[in-house]
Design a protein. Structure first.
Lengths: 95, 492
């Protein structure tokens, strides 16, 4: 499978990365090089093979459904580019 | 007095315990060495005040007789580990001024055991790279040079700052991380020892995530013994990491020097790649001979899906990266570049904040996870991954204790030498190491002497899950047989 310029733009938008017109052809050829490299997996017979879902056999642990952390909003927002009263500030989303 | 920066971690520990020198002297010697080695660009942040304060407390505990296992030992920390109150960037512009208010579990265990932090070490941006050239802070220079040349070589990546600093005597050991070879390849390029432990052995909590099902922290050190000492402090169960394994941490150092008589060492025929350099092939044979001389038995084994590992990796790793790196949005932390609306703010921020290799991987990951392609790429790759793991399980079930391979297909290459290479050519650096991450196994890179160009070459030992000890025992045999190598200190 190969990607065209429109697909590159669509993927970049899905990934929320702005790309310039000059970048698109370059990205397209790089992505296609990688996609043609991974196409060698087509040669592997994976019928009756389960996809790996856990690197090592392990059961996820459970814990009591109680609040066990928090109460430090000031620390959470400390690295934010723009805050107000311990809220993150973003451009207006709803008119 | 001897040069304190040339001691091994074990020698420094013994010297501190015997009070032959203080942690303050040891730490100051390393800070001076770092000052003199700016040309290597190994550190992206040096923390002298924190280091000397830590050394002072360590000296007090040493005097009081309640020292921890790493008391007073100065170490470097890859800039992927969050350090409380100390800038942590993953060497990305998007985290250029990020200061965590928490400490990664791995580093907190080092401080618990008395280690002293010298500073943060350079790495490829978000650990994506094999030459440290994708770092926002610029490449690290390998302390090693080709004989008769002053061309700058890469120390490998992504843990290039860690490997260079250890090889150059800028710390006694360093933390590192390995997603596809990022501990073992830099170790091989710098004549140092690097262990990627079994998946789940070291907590991932507080380490900047790249590909969560592959990432694992481990040490880079100058000797196998030092590796065992540092790993013991880094490893252990952590309830904050859901894939951390609840299992006692053995005394790894006790395995160093253990006999390997009777061990069965697998030699995988699929690693004998077409076009493998004769030098690497000869090194591999030398490794077999050394282990045989020590009483081990070498047997040929087959890992039939090896050749598909890299392709599967370059689906799984970018897919997980695209998901993990979604958090860098210019809102909660890190760089923000304004836009007309919030979507444009995200897009502008991420365009300016991420470097080229990181963007490329996010885009590939986004593509293989997107509607219509998920089964064809991601699910398929995870199925191939199951086959890769089964290959190893079959070999171990046949009575093989560990597997010996080259660590890298070449010695260190020049900075900029791969500038015109395709991404795929750079990815081939990981051809011997990536299977180990795909299967979640432990892998140890150990120096095995110098090649024709005068550069260090490394061998890799792959073990059963949670059998790091056999790797340390066999690694020690290789280290003893090959002899230790030290980089010439041309930058001083």
């Amino acid at each position: 499978m190969a990607v065209d310029e429109n697909t590159v733009r669509r993927i970049a938008h899905l990934a929320r990365i702005a790309v310039t017109d000059e970048e698109v052809p370059h990205l397209q050829s790089e992505l296609n090089a990688i996609l043609s490299f991974v196409a060698q997996l087509d040669a592997v017979d994976v019928s009756n093979v389960e996809p790996m879902t856990s690197v090592l056999p392990m059961a996820l642990r459970q814990r009591a459904d109680v609040m066990n952390d928090g109460g430090y909003a000031d620390r959470i927002v400390a690295n934010a580019p723009q805050t107000e009263d311990n809220y993150f500030v973003v451009p207006k989303v709803v008119e | 007095m001897t040069d304190l920066t040339q001691l091994t971690l074990a020698e420094a520990r013994d010297g501190l315990t015997a009070r032959r020198f203080s942690s303050t002297e040891l730490t100051q010697a390393h800070l001076d060495a770092i000052d003199a080695a700016g040309a290597l660009n190994a550190y992206v942040l040096v923390t002298p005040e924190k280091a000397l304060a830590g050394a002072k407390s360590a000296d007090e505990r040493l005097a009081a007789g309640n020292a921890g296992p790493l008391e007073g030992i100065p170490v470097g920390v890859k800039d992927l580990f969050a350090t409380d109150g100390v800038r942590t960037t993953a060497c990305s512009r998007i985290l250029e001024s990020f200061v965590p208010s928490y400490e990664s579990t791995v580093t907190s265990q080092l401080w618990r055991d008395g280690a002293v932090m010298l500073g943060k070490l350079n790495n490829d941006e978000f650990a994506m790279g094999s030459s440290n050239e994708t770092s926002f802070f610029g490449p690290v220079v390998n302390p090693w040079r080709r004989g008769g040349s002053d061309a700058k070589l890469t120390p490998g990546g992504s843990s290039g700052g860690s490997s260079a600093a250890v090889a150059a005597g800028l710390c006694l050991g360093a933390t590192a991380t390995d997603t596809g070879g990022s501990i073992r390849q830099p170790a091989a390029f710098t004549g140092t020892v690097g262990m990627k432990p079994t998946y789940g052995r070291c907590s991932r909590w507080g380490t900047v995530a790249f590909a969560s099902s592959l990432d694992q922290a481990g040490p880079i050190t100058r000797t196998v013994r030092d590796c065992a000492i540092l790993l013991r402090s880094m490893a252990g169960f952590d309830p904050k990491d859901s894939t951390s394994v609840e299992r006692d941490v053995p005394d790894y150092e006790a395995a160093v020097g253990r006999s390997i008589r009777g061990l069965r060492i697998g030699i995988p025929k699929e690693y004998r790649l077409e076009g493998l350099s004769p030098e690497i092939d000869a090194l591999w044979q030398k490794g077999v001979d050394w282990l045989r001389d020590a009483g081990a038995e070498a047997v040929e084994v087959s890992l039939p899906h090896t050749s598909y590992a890299l392709a599967a990796y370059y689906i799984v790793a970018p897919a997980e990266a695209s998901s993990n790196l979604a958090r860098y949005d210019g809102v909660r932390y890190g760089l923000r570049v304004p836009g007309r609306d919030i979507a444009e703010l995200y897009e502008n921020t991420r365009a300016a904040g991420f470097g080229r290799e990181v963007k490329r991987r996010i885009l590939i990951g986004t593509y293989v996870l997107s509607a219509g392609y998920y089964d064809a790429y991601y699910v398929k790759a995870q199925k191939v991954r199951t086959l890769i793991r089964q290959d190893f399980e079959n070999v171990y079930a046949s009575g093989v204790d560990a597997i010996l391979t080259p660590a890298t297909p070449t010695p260190a290459f020049g900075i900029g030498e791969m500038a015109n290479a395709s991404p795929i050519e750079m990815y081939l650096n990981d051809v011997f190491t990536v299977t180990v991450n795909m299967a979640g196994l432990p892998g140890l890179a150990v120096p095995a002497g110098l090649g024709a160009q005068g550069l260090p070459l490394g061998l890799q030992l792959i073990g059963r899950p949670f059998d790091e000890e056999t790797l340390l025992a066999a690694g020690e045999v290789i280290e003893q047989a090959a002899g230790r190598v030290s980089a010439p200190q041309w930058w001083k």
